[in-house]
Write a protein that binds this ligand. Structure first.
Ligand code: NAD
Length: 506
């Protein structure tokens, strides 16, 4: 991989093609890049420019089958028997190599997804390296519990690898979420088949270049590209050789995967949709709360499962908060993701942009709430961006709780505003959605913050902040936001099989 890649604005397209982009994203099976058996490929569109610069091999049942065969062979080989410490050394090297190639990977991610380069460079890719470093260390320090029975027997529960595991990931944080699953799966001695989102195949493909250099044996990591239903995703879920599926994506896809995995009784982990909220009480530090709530709504163009896409504010301070929020929104700069001054890039695709616009048109047409800003495709973008998937950050006030805008995941730069009078009302509004992933609460009253945090039906609650993470903690959601948890020991548990060995008393 061409490390240390600087982007050259003069002849950008040709330069990037040579430095970052392959002519085709191929599958990575048994340590080699391969095309699909039938040669099928689809054109990948770069969302900021609405242009296709490369193709992606379209995998299906036969590529998944080849990947499972390679992964089964590797699972029977040394990888599963290597000591956790030796595996950790190799995984740390993967993290180091990601760091060494941060600019190349960040450029690729930014082009592929449309998100600002400054965010992939300083956020997504460093975090991908951290996922490897973190799980390498955590897995190397695992211990097993032993109990002694009344008769002197000794009972030890040990963990073993599951074998071949399937990882299916979304497009909103491509390498970040792929490595969040890859690192613990590998640390526990499994072999994997990763099916990246068809909209963002690039960084997973580039990552494979680094694996051999780090010392990961052939067949331990395989990547199969393709689509979901009736394609590579479904074939992976249905394959009898795959023991577990770790999936992050839409809630409805989770249901489909659960149905398809039922016959094989596969172990499943689901991180699904969200409908987060930023809740601001009347004693909050608004210098902190308003800019953070603005970031929570619009970072990554609002395409984060943890996004605070609902602002729920105490009625006494609502006018002041909205005025300050709109000032913050004005500072958001929409533009070319590769431009250092851009703070909002492109959405993932034009049809996703149209889906988001559909929600706003619904609000406009049905007179639901009041659109305070945005609500359209930005005018005046440079010529090379005019066909890109851009949409203005949009704020819609006075939206009733039973509206589609509150109840459904929009997954774009649309923030609704609602007001409350009491703590109980704030809790009811926050919890009154089908999702239960995350929310933030802003108040100077510690007891109130605790009462709120313990009462809401959300898997994660931030007090006076947003998206502050420690990788040891349980990550995941309640209700339609998921099943199971990732992070720390929860990931290590998911990617292992427990076995209890008992020695009879003497
Ligand atoms: P998606 O469900 O459309 O696709 C995710 C992945 O699943 C892709 O790789 C896709 O090809 C595959 N897939 C689709 N149908 C499949 C099927 N029937 N069988 C097997 N695989 C299938 O999701 P998306 O649009 O890529 O991502 C956005 C969604 O992800 C949002 O709902 C967002 O909230 C959610 N998300 C959740 C978290 C979390 O941690 N809870 C994190 C990021 C994104």
């Amino acid at each position: 991989m061409g490390s240390g890649c600087k982007h050259n604005k003069g002849d950008r397209k040709e330069f990037l093609r040579q430095q970052v982009l392959p002519d085709r994203c191929r599958h990575f099976i048994n340590g080699r890049y391969v095309d699909s058996a039938d040669g099928e490929a689809f054109k990948k569109v770069l969302p900021a420019y609405n242009e296709s610069w490369f193709e992606v091999a379209t995998g299906g049942a036969s590529e998944v089958d080849a990947a499972v065969t390679a992964a089964e062979k590797a699972a029977a080989g040394p990888w599963s028997r290597t000591s956790p410490q030796d595996r950790a050394r190799i995984l740390r090297r993967v993290g180091d190599l990601i760091e060494a190639n941060v600019e190349t990977l960040a450029l690729a991610e930014s082009l592929d997804s449309g998100k600002p380069y400054s965010e992939t460079l300083n956020g997504d890719i460093p975090r991908s390296a951290k996922n490897f470093h973190f799980f390498a260390d955590l897995a190397a320090h695992q211990s097993f519990e032993t109990w002694t029975g009344e008769d002197g027997s000794q009972h030890t529960s040990i963990r073993e690898p599951l074998g071949v595991t399937g990882l299916i990931t979304p497009w909103n944080l491509p390498l970040y979420l792929a490595t969040w699953k890859l690192a613990p799966a590998l640390a526990q001695g499994n072999t994997v088949i990763l099916k990246p989102a068809e909209l963002t195949p690039l960084t997973a493909t580039l990552l494979c270049e680094l694996l051999g250099e780090a010392g990961i044996p052939e067949g331990v990591v395989n990547v199969v590209h393709g689509f979901g239903a009736k394609s590579a995703g479904e074939a992976l879920v249905r394959h009898p050789g795959v023991k577990a599926i770790s999936f992050t994506g839409e809630t409805t896809t989770g249901s489909a995967i659960m149905r398809d995995a039922a016959d094989g009784l596969k172990k499943l982990s689901f991180e699904l949709g969200g409908k987060g909220a930023s809740v601001i009480f009347d004693d909050a530090d608004l210098d902190l709360a308003v800019p953070t709530a603005c970031r929570a709504a619009f970072r990554n163009q609002g395409q984060i499962c943890l996004a605070g896409s609902r602002l729920i504010v105490h009625e006494k301070i609502a006018t002041q908060v909205i005025d300050r929020l709109l000032e913050n929104v004005k500072k958001i700069k929409i533009g070319d993701p590769l431009d250092d001054t851009t703070t909002m890039g492109a959405l993932i695709a034009n049809d996703h942009r149209d889906k988001i616009a559909g929600f706003v048109e619904y609000a406009r047409g049905e007179r639901v709430g009041e659109i305070l800003c945005g609500g359209k495709i930005p005018a005046g973008l440079p010529a090379h961006l005019t066909n890109g998937a851009f949409y203005e950050p949009t704020v819609i006030a006075d939206v009733p709780q039973d509206s589609r805008l509150i109840q459904e995941e929009i997954f774009g730069p649309v923030l609704t505003v609602q007001t409350f009078k009491t703590l109980e009302e704030a809790i009811a509004l926050t919890s009154g959605v089908p999702y239960g992933l995350s929310c933030s609460v802003y108040t100077r009253d510690g007891a109130r913050a605790q009462k709120f945090a313990r009462s809401v039906r959300m898997g994660m609650v931030w007090i006076n902040g947003w998206f502050i993470r420690d990788l040891h903690t349980a990550f995941g959601g309640m209700k339609r936001s998921g099943i199971g948890r990732e992070g720390g020991r929860w990931s290590l548990d998911f990617f292992s099989e427990y076995k209890t060995i008992t020695v009879a008393g003497v």
